[in-house]
Design a protein around this ligand. Sequence first.
Ligand code: C2E
Ligand code: MG
Ligand code: MG
Ligand code: MG
Length: 291
Amino acid sequence: ESKLSGRNSYKLYSTTMSLAIEERLTMENELRYALRRDELYIVYQPIISGFSGRVIGAEALLRWDSEKLGEVSPEQFIPLAESIGLINLFGEWVLDQACGQVKQWLKIENGPEYVSVNVSSKQLRSQAIIDDVRLALTLHQLPPSALELELTESTLIEHTKENQQTFDILHNIGVRLAVDDFGIGYSSLSYLRRFSFDTLKIDRSFISDIPHESDATQLVEAIQSMAKSLDMKIVAEGVENRHQLNFLQQNHCYAIQGFFISEPLTELKFMTFCNERLKRNHVFLSDSLDA
Ligand code: C2E
Ligand code: MG
Ligand code: MG
Ligand code: MG
């Protein structure tokens, strides 16, 4: 009997396996054509000042609307793009698009000053990122300060020497460098000091427990004071309610990003969002949302 059930479970397992493999192959195939078929697009999530409420910048987030598969989450297709060697191509495209957008924003008086672009560790390793950044800045005639690159903590920890060199070059070009999802990896103070990063983006898992969990609250306060002593700016990610916003404001958080402020928006909607807020004279969102 045990043999039989063993065989059955093997059969079930292999069917599930081949389904997963088939799905992955389909997705892989579709992803290869995504750029050519114009299925990729970018949304921009507003980042506001923790002091004035002004929209100071936005994070560019890649989206894939596949003809065959519908909307696929970046959590799914980004790792796939990395593993089949498409990420450099996609990354180059995102940089170009995002730089084109921020060029428009800079024309708005008191408008957003920078766009923040996610860079995968694969892009960093290939070093193509350096040329891509130079090209995008030149092509769109942008001041380097209008571009921020987000790297996850895990990227900082691996391949230290090569990455250090790349970071130095990027830093010398003058683009801003941000540590993404800070707090869930384990970067030490010395890492942070060695790499010349400008911004820490606190992972949303810490923000979600504010202000009810005293641990989370103390942690955010600790990250704040650490960032201050390292002369880094802090962006809180994943701010979803007023309590979190109030807490962060009270703790002089430099910038805030999250669904409570706005979801990621298409280019046009982002422009509208900025203009609406400017019309209201940068009224802090916690006041204006009540209306
Ligand atoms: P990330 O860089 O940490 O981006 C923030 C993610 O949190 C986004 O998910 C955003 O939509 C989501 N988010 C923003 N505010 C809130 C909130 O208040 N609550 C919650 N629960 N979530 C919020 P998204 O767009 O699905 O992107 C997921 C990840 O995919 C990104 O995480 C980033 O690591 C990666 N990614 C996205 N676009 C790119 C890209 O162009 N290149 C690379 N290499 N990676 C990208
Ligand atoms: Mg990011
Ligand atoms: Mg993040
Ligand atoms: Mg993330």
